[in-house]
Every structure is written in C-alpha cells, then in structure tokens.
Design a protein around this ligand. Structure first.
Ligand code: S3P
Length: 435
C-alpha cells in the first residue's frame, strides 16, 4: 500500500461474531528487548506482526541478536546477556515507534558502543527531551537535533549511576527508558510517577528474574543483576480491541465477542469512560495469561450520552482518545476531555486531527489546549485525513459506520504499524470498509 493509500468506509450494520485480535504492541516491544539481553532463549507467542514491533526486532538483529520467526506471531530470541550486544554498523531505524525509540534510548545508554536511533517523519517530530534529560542525570550522553528531536546519537561507554527521579510527564515510555538504563547503572534506580502508567516493563523484568519493587506510581531496581529467558505469551492488544468495542456499541443490533483481550488496569480506562456513557460491555472468562489479566469482552449495542471524562483515568486510556472522540460524536449531549495535553505529541496532534476529521463529518468540536468539547450529533459523509496516524485512521473508519453517506479516509498506510489486517477483521465483523 502506498503512503497516500486511502479507504472508503460506508454506513454499517450490526456487528456480530467472535474476533481474535493481534498481540499487544507494548508487550511485544518489551519481550524482544528483554529477550535480547537475557541469558537463554526466549520464545514469544502472540507477537504483534506490526511495523513498529518488527522494527524493534530488526534493531536487535543489527545489534547482533539472532531472532527467528518460525511462524507469524512467533519469535525465538537468542539472548546475548546483559553485556552481549555489539555495535551496529548502520543507523537503527525505529520506524514510527515512540516506544521503540524511547526504550532503546535507555537500553543503549548503558552500552560500551555508540548508536544512532532514527525514525520516520512522524517520529522525527516527537519530543525526546523527556528521556534525554533524565537519562543525562544518570550519566548518559545523548545528542539530538535542535529541540530535542530525533535522530538520537547515543554515546557508549558512559558510566551510569542510579537516581531517584520523578518523571516529568505521565509516560510509561519515559519510566521504562529509565528502568532499562537502570539495569546498567551503579546502585539503585527509583522512578516515581504522579499518575501511574502501564507497568509492563516492571512486570516483565520481574518475570525475567530481575529483582524489582514496584506498585502504582513507583518502581525501584538495582543495577548489575541478570535476566533469565522465559516464554512470553502476549495477550491481544486492548487498544486494537477499542475500535471494535466502540463500533459494536454504536451500531444497533450488534453483539460482538472479542477473545482474550489484555486487561491490564493501566490500559482499560476506556471501559470506565464508555460505561459511564451507557455502554454495555461484559467481561467473561477473566483469567491470567503470561502474568497479565485477560478476558473475553462481549459488547452489545447501547445508546450513549456525553460525560466529562475524569482526568485521573486519562493515562489509563491515553491511546484511546481518538476512538473515544468518535463515541462522543455519536452520544447524546456533550463530552468534555481535559488533562490530556499529551495527545498533542502522539503520532499526530490527536486533538487537532480528530477535531478536523469530526468537523468534516458535521460534528461540532471545540478544541481545548489539553482536550476538547464534543457535541454529539448526526454524522454526514465526506472526506477526512488521518495525517498518517494509525489510530486516527481506524477511529474515522468506525465513525463512518454511523455516517449518513460514504467517508473517504486518506493516508492510512500507517495502520500497519499497530494493526495489520484491520480491514479484513473489520469486514469480518460486518463493518463497511474497503481499500
Ligand atoms: C506506550 C506508552 C504510551 C502509549 C504508547 C505505548 C508503551 O506512551 O501512548 O502507545 O508501550 O510504553 P507514553 O508512555 O509516552 O504515554
């Protein structure tokens, strides 16, 4: 598909059946990273075959790690141990992935060799000072382009020391970068967060045998231990499920089952928001898979009403605002989002991009510096642009299911970064979508 690729989405009918969704992106990145620096062979099942996570796997191949892909969704990572990575002979390309670049910045800051991390046009505009500055406080030496932008040149051979640090923004990526640098640091690294964020790095370090103390808003580890390879069973990505949760909620007559969805409480804030709006989402078969809570979700159509989204759940649904905006556009009354300025520095400025997209479909959206006020109403057909942002493209495809006419969505190629196969699954469920 070319960069200018687009979709035509048409008004949809009821969604039904059972969907198996792709693996969690955050966990897939981390499984490759920790597997690479562990001792032994890590087998990953349910690995997300997205461009972002494949870019991370390619980076570790460049750093001398042998990674086999015996089948789709499976990786065997032959770990080289904490000090076994070797210098790459080229730039390390993280593609579209903020997670890849920020976590790698922490991990590579502790190596004996130099590395350069680069990314695509969107990633090249994303702020990196949030990792550069706290890593510098640990002794790391990282150069960037003016304004703290990629590429990042990471100087090897720095002697890292543990710090006790409060993250400047609620970001699991920043926290994780510091913890990964902390593996290589002298002494203790303590990361504190005013708003707790997803704790996959902490859980996975513990599962690989690295002693770590953590809880909401707090993580603490000592440098100089070792990681021991494990098998990682990746649950389905809640953020991919989110598009179908909202689509089934919005389309009359729908009843859709989403199998084995990762239910980490730091990811599922959207459920809280949607239930407050009137959604009917049931959780069945709650269980543990690879140390993570998972459940099957059964979503039935329900009429929604607008709410003020509580600011304290913003970090727990940080990737779900584009689709929440769609739910709000189809709800009765007004929805207000605030405390979400981070949305302006995601793969696109998600407040501005969603406001423009929904306005083009006839919805009133007032932007706030840190959110938006959305007035629910009828959607009409039209032409919208995702600005290369995967989650915006998929959210607008869901919005189109409730429009009065066809919607043409431009610039959708990046959907492959997180959700290859979205169009096929959407059509399988009953959505009207074609490329
Ligand atoms: C992620 C953390 C979040 C999220 C991103 C994945 C992670 O970013 O938006 O999609 O895997 O740690 P921030 O931590 O920067 O909010």
């Amino acid at each position: 598909m070319s960069a200018a690729a687009g979709w035509i989405a048409a008004p949809g009918t009821a969604l039904s059946g059972t969907l198996q969704l792709p693996g969690d992106k955050s966990i897939s990145h981390r499984a490759v990273m920790l597997g690479a620096i562990a001792e032994g062979t890590t087998r990953i099942r349910g690995f997300l075959e997205g461009e972002d996570t494949r870019a991370t796997a390619r980076v570790f191949s460049q750093l001398g790690v042998r990674i086999e892909a015996p089948s789709a969704g499976e990786r065997i990572v032959h770990g080289v141990g904490l000090h076994g990575l070797r210098a790459a002979d080229a730039i390390l390309d993280c593609g579209n992935a903020g997670t890849g670049m920020r976590l790698l910045a922490g991990l590579l800051a502790g190596q004996s060799f130099d590395s350069t991390l680069a990314g695509d046009e969107s990633l090249s505009r994303r702020p990196m000072r949030r990792v550069i500055e706290p890593l510098a406080a640990m002794g790391a030496r990282i150069d960037s382009e003016p304004g703290g932008l990629p590429p990042l040149r990471i100087h090897g051979g720095a002697r890292l020391r543990g710090v006790d640090i409060a993250t400047p923004v609620a970001s699991a990526q920043v926290k994780s970068a510091l913890l990964l640098a902390g593996l290589y640091a002298d002494g203790e690294t303590v990361v504190r967060e005013a708003h707790p964020t997803r704790d996959y790095t902490e859980r996975m370090l513990a599962a690989f045998g690295w002693p770590i103390a953590y809880g909401p808003g707090f993580a603490c580890l000592q440098g100089g231990q070792r990681l021991t390879a494990i098998d990682v069973d990746v649950p389905a990505d809640f953020s991919s499920a989110a598009f179908f949760i909202v689509a089934a909620t919005l389309l009359p007559g729908s009843r859709l089952r989403l199998a084995s969805i990762g239910m980490n409480p730091r990811r599922t804030g959207l459920l809280e928001a949607l239930r407050a709006m009137g959604a009917d989402i049931r959780e069945e078969n709650r269980r543990e898979q690879g140390g993570e809570p998972v459940a099957d979700l059964v979503v039935s159509h329900a009429p929604l009403h607008g709410i003020d989204v509580p600011e304290d759940i913003v970090p727990d649904m940080i990737d779900e605002f584009p689709i929440l905006f769609v739910a709000a556009a189809c709800a009765k009354g007004r929805t207000r989002v605030s405390g979400a300025a981070e949305l302006r520095v995601k793969e696109s400025d998600r407040i501005a991009t969603m406001a423009a997209g929904l306005r083009a479909l006839g919805i009133r959206v007032d932007e706030l510096p840190d959110g938006a006020v959305i007035e629910g109403g009828p959607l009409r057909g039209g032409t919208v642009d995702s600005h290369g942002d995967h989650r915006i493209a998929m959210s607008l495809a869901v919005a189109a299911q409730r429009a009065e006419g066809a919607v043409s969505i431009a610039d959708v190629a990046n959907v492959a970064t997180s959700f290859p196969g979205f169009v096929a699954l959407a059509r399988q469920a009953g959505m009207q979508l074609r490329d």
